[in-house]
Structures are given as C-alpha cells and as structure tokens.
Design a protein around this ligand. Structure first.
Ligand code: SF4
Length: 114
C-alpha cells in the first residue's frame, strides 16, 4: 500500500493502518505492508529487494497507469514483470472499508487459483 506519504490528495478518508490490518487477514495474503512513497528513489529500491518470481503483488495506491509507468523498470531490473505480477488498484477517494473490499475482491480469485 502507498498513500503518498500519508498526505497525498485523495487519501484523506483512508486509514492505511486499519486497511492493512483488514487485508492481512484475507486468505492468500502472505504479508501486507505500507510504504511511504513507492515511486520515490528509495521506494524503487524497495521494489528491487522485494520482488520474487511467481509472486503476485496487489498494490493499493494511485492511478494504475501511473503505477505501471513508475514501477515497471524497477521490477524489470529485478527480473520481474509489472504486467504479469502486479495488480494495481486505485484506492484514491475511498474510505477504509471500501478500499478493503476492493483489495479483497482481487485477492479472493488469486488465492482460489493457488
Ligand atoms: S506510488 Fe502513487 S500513491 Fe505512492 S507516492 Fe507515488 S504517486 Fe503517491
């Protein structure tokens, strides 16, 4: 999860800590983390350390097209693929419960297909 350092536009109604607490209990979720700025220099290094082949990453953050533009090279440099391994969700302008449900909707079929 990434919410623009906690003060980004569109995330005013989202309690990212409650969201993490909700989604980490969903079936199939191995871990849930929040990063303050995944598109920043240090965030891109984090991607390089994090990604592993065959793992799907559900990213709740900003516009999915923007996520692709910002993250794909960092994943490719680590031998991973944004298009195959990332499910990018736009959680802007959502309240916590609505965001948690949106995450659960994509996690459920992923865990069913294991
Ligand atoms: S990845 Fe998106 S949500 Fe996260 S800091 Fe960058 S612009 Fe904001």
């Amino acid at each position: 999860m990434c919410v623009c350092q906690g003060n980004g536009p569109g995330f005013e109604h989202l309690d990212v800590w409650k969201l993490l607490d909700r989604v980490r209990g969903d079936a199939g979720v191995e871990f849930a983390v929040v990063h303050p700025q995944l598109c920043g220099e240090e965030g891109l290094r984090f991607w390089g350390e994090l990604v592993r082949p065959g793992v799907t990453y559900v990213v709740g953050a900003c516009d999915p097209a923007l996520q692709r533009k910002m993250f794909k090279d960092a994943l490719a440099a680590a031998g991973a693929s944004f298009d195959r391994q990332v499910v990018a969700l736009d959680l802007r302008h959502m309240a916590t419960e609505e965001a948690a449900e949106k995450v659960a909707e994509v996690v459920r079929p992923l865990s069913d297909g294991r």
